[in-house]
Design a protein around this ligand. Structure first.
Ligand SMILES: CC(C)(COP(=O)(O)OP(=O)(O)OC[C@H]1O[C@@H](n2cnc3c(N)ncnc32)[C@H](O)[C@@H]1OP(=O)(O)O)[C@@H](O)C(=O)NCCC(=O)NCCS
Length: 182
């Protein structure tokens, strides 16, 4: 479990599932994701993410807003899928309920996640990627100090002509990050 001034990044609980299912059908949240998820698919995803946390001790954590004790989405680390051209690597990712955008909460959770990745897991690099049009997600990457790689790539899970296929890749290395944050 990670704690920030406003947030807890914690294991998933079944009481998170209804809110997660709701955000997975919110048109604003899924604008740059391949599909909206049915309730069953959303619950199955939450279960998979929790299983990974239980196995690894880390993962895409459920994010809870401390002041209201409410679940607002997920932020965390995940091993990059082997089909991606920059695998093996660890990605940082995020998905928050749109009601909580615009308050710096994703960046606050992501900063704690980066520190965990570099200090506790001793990672040498963390990557992030998203569809080219997802500027909000890229803004979080930039706020973290991540650097955009020279090349974009087509996400292998999507058809080559899918409007969301083209992705950009950002990278953050431990050495310069530690230099700035110590
Ligand atoms: C990507 C996502 C997490 C970004 O959320 P966000 O709230 O825009 O990001 P941040 O937490 O960094 O908040 C930044 C905004 O909060 C504002 N802000 C307010 N208080 C702040 C504070 N204390 N600290 C930092 N920023 C603050 C910033 O000015 C900025 O505002 P802007 O959007 O008007 O520029 C969110 O859009 C999302 O969940 N999208 C859907 C899922 C998705 O696409 N995930 C990525 C797939 S790869």
């Amino acid at each position: 479990m990670l704690e920030t001034p406003r947030l807890l990044l914690r294991p998933w609980q079944t009481r998170d599932y209804p809110e997660f299912a709701k955000l997975n059908t919110d048109p604003k949240v899924i604008e740059f994701l391949p599909a909206c998820l049915s309730v069953d698919a959303s619950n199955a995803l939450a279960q998979r993410l929790q299983t990974l946390i239980a196995q690894q001790g880390w993962g895409f954590w459920a994010v809870e807003l401390k002041i209201k004790h409410v679940f607002i989405g997920f932020v965390g680390l995940n091993p990059v899928h082997s089909a991606l051209p920059f695998s093996p690597n660890i990605e940082i990712g995020w998905r928050l309920s749109s009601a909580y955008w615009g308050q710096g909460l994703a960046t606050e959770a992501a900063q704690a996640t980066v520190q965990f990745g570099f200090n506790d897991l001793q990672l040498t690099e963390i990557v992030a990627f998203t569809a080219l049009g997802n500027l909000r997600s890229q803004a979080v990457m930039q706020r973290l100090g991540m650097q955009q790689g020279a090349l974009n790539f087509k996400h292998p899970s999507l058809a080559k002509d899918h409007p969301l296929a083209e992705h950009c890749l950002y990278r953050l290395s431990r050495a310069p990050y530690q230099h700035i944050h110590t």
